[in-house]
Design a protein. Structure first.
Length: 571
């Protein structure tokens, strides 16, 4: 099986000249394993490292996940390795005609060229899939038909009924149908169960996208039967995937499917925001079933260059005529990341960022379903929140007109210390109790405490009438100096620069300290700028930042005799 490979140019995406802080060019996602480092460490043992990998347990887990017998599962080094193996197994000098579509996943063209394939490509730039034209190209000399759905880079989706119909046509011509489903978790429907009973369909899946494990280079293929799986397993080598990758992927699939589903749903929601953002920036977005959106722009190279100069990387296709003028933007996996994209794209294109900031703020509340009672009619600015999720259970009682009395218990010592400082120096009475999954890590506890606290302050402020609205303050702690400027505008926007160098302060990861400020800004619906001006000790930097926030917030919520402090009459 297989023919001699050519030495054509391989995968070579455009390179960025500057440093990229927000990488939106690779269609990567956040990992379903929140505690990936600790889990990987627990799996890194002599058996995993010293012995050749055992794929049987992962094959069984995948088989149960997709509903087939485990002997039909082939573990591969990513989805692209599965495509390579299929072409190697089914293409020969006597039968080397492949039917595909264009544009498509570029590795298909690369592998086809390496195997000297006669590749017939049907044009599918956008819209409905040209199923009739595709079927007509499947003739007796066709060995393989290839469909990518959701399609990379366009995001187009082929309906399940059309795939079944195409598979029937391929079977009539003694051809196999290879279905690349790398992005299927992000689509509205999953065709897997409808296709696994078909005798000539090969389905490629990956852990790189929805599961967020791109660095492990692991995927799998669902073959129609054991004989076909054995054929593909034998090409080209016996152990293409490391034992550690197999172990981590297995742990993710066995323990973290619910987290993966929540991450996917978050990305699907932000995908709609990115689609609207592209449209507002003067582009033409294509409807996408993936974790990315392709947009056509009048000056795509200029926008690509402008974004990269601000540290935001998106994908451009300089060597493709059919993708000229188009940019593929990976959907950020967090609201904070989306706001960074909004900020950068508004500077490059001049779009008005305000509607997109408002939409992002609305997403925070729709996602977390935070509830709080209305402000007391007598004018008391108090709020109570009880919020329970699978990760955290939080109770908050808050009084904006207090004296700084606190009762804080989160399970994270340094977070307790910072919340105490925040309440004390802003003169807010705060009782906050959180039972979180800190045995996993500190992320959910820190994030959810910030979201709940911001929602409680927002509720206590009511219409935000009779307040100063703006606040600014500097706060030192020994050698460290921090500055906070806050606007209780009703529009969320965090700009946080803490200059932290350490990985942890106590039990709190420094990246999640930054995330705390970001999440607070989102649920409080405020413009929040926190900058550490100088300092050498990270504990001092962080504490100075919280104290400057406390003083600025206390100033902004100060009562005045006026109405809503806005020329619009509403915040």
């Amino acid at each position: 099986m297989g023919t001699q490979k050519n030495t054509s140019q391989g995968y070579s995406p455009p390179q960025f000249t500057g440093e990229i802080q927000l990488q939106l060019s690779r269609n990567e996602s956040t990992p379903a394993l929140d505690d990936l480092p600790s889990r990987a460490e627990s799996l890194l043992n002599n058996e995993t490292v010293c012995r050749y990998p055992d794929r049987s347990r992962l094959r069984n887990t995948i088989a149960e996940f997709v509903g087939v017998d485990s002997n039909r599962i082939v573990i591969t080094a990513g989805g692209d390795d599965a495509i390579d193996r299929v072409m190697n197994a089914f293409i020969s000098e006597e039968s080397n005609r492949v039917v595909g579509h264009s544009p498509s996943f570029e590795m298909i063209d690369i592998y086809a060229d390496q195997y000297s394939v006669r590749l017939n490509k049907i044009n599918w730039p956008e819209g409905d899939f040209p199923a009739d034209e595709f079927k007509q190209q499947i003739t007796p000399d066709t060995c393989l038909a290839v469909i990518v759905t959701p399609n990379n880079p366009t995001g187009g989706v082929v309906p399940t009924a059309q795939i079944v119909d195409i598979a029937a046509r391929a079977k009539e011509q003694n051809a196999m149908l290879l279905l690349d489903n790398a992005y299927v978790e992000f689509a509205d429907e999953d065709p897997t169960r409808a296709l696994t009973d078909l005798s000539n369909v090969l389905i490629v899946r990956t852990f790189s996208k929805a599961w967020g494990l791109a660095g492990l280079r692991i995927g799998y293929l669902i073959a129609p039967d054991k004989e076909t799986a054995d054929l593909i397993r034998a090409v080209p080598g016996p152990y293409p995937v490391s034992g550690l990758s197999i172990a981590i992927a297995g742990r993710a699939m066995a323990d973290c499917e619910a987290t993966m589903r929540r991450n996917v749903e978050q990305i699907r929601k932000i995908r709609s925001l990115v689609t609207c953002l592209i449209d507002s920036a003067g582009g033409k977005p294509l409807q996408s079933g993936g974790n990315f959106v392709l947009g056509e722009f009048e000056d795509a190279p200029g926008i690509w260059s402008g974004l990269s100069s601000q540290g935001v990387g998106v994908r451009i296709f300089p060597d493709s005529k059919e993708l000229a003028g188009k940019l593929r933007i990976t959907v950020p996996h967090s609201v904070a990341g989306f706001l960074e994209l909004v900020s950068a794209l508004s500077r490059v294109t001049g779009l008005d960022p305000e509607p997109h900031k408002q939409a992002a703020g609305g997403l925070v509340f729709s996602e977390f379903e935070l509830e709080a009672p209305p402000v007391d009619v007598a004018g008391s600015r108090k709020a109570t929140i009880n919020r329970k999720t699978k990760e955290t259970e939080i109770e908050i009682d808050l009084n904006l007109d207090g004296t700084g009395q606190t009762e804080i218990e989160t399970g994270i010592g340094f977070l307790d210390h910072m919340l105490t400082a925040l309440a004390f120096h802003s003169r807010i009475d705060l009782r906050l109790r959180c039972k979180g999954d800190i045995e996993v890590d500190d992320h959910h506890t820190a994030e959810d405490c910030a979201l709940a606290l911001g929602a409680a302050i927002d509720s206590a402020l009511g219409r935000r009438s009779g307040i100063k609205r703006f606040g600014y303050a500097y706060a030192p702690l020994d050698e460290a100096l921090a500055r906070t400027v806050i606007d209780l505008s009703g529009r969320p926007w965090p700009e946080i620069n803490l200059q932290l160098q350490r990985e942890m302060i106590g039990q709190w990861a420094c990246e999640n300290i930054v995330h705390f400020f970001q999440s607070l800004a989102m649920s409080l619906k405020c413009s929040l700028h926190v900058d550490v001006v100088r300092g050498s000790n990270d504990h001092h930097r962080a504490e100075a930042a919280f104290k400057s926030l406390a003083k600025a917030l206390g100033q902004a919520i100060t009562k005045t005799d006026g109405e809503v402090p806005s020329t619009k009459g509403v915040l």
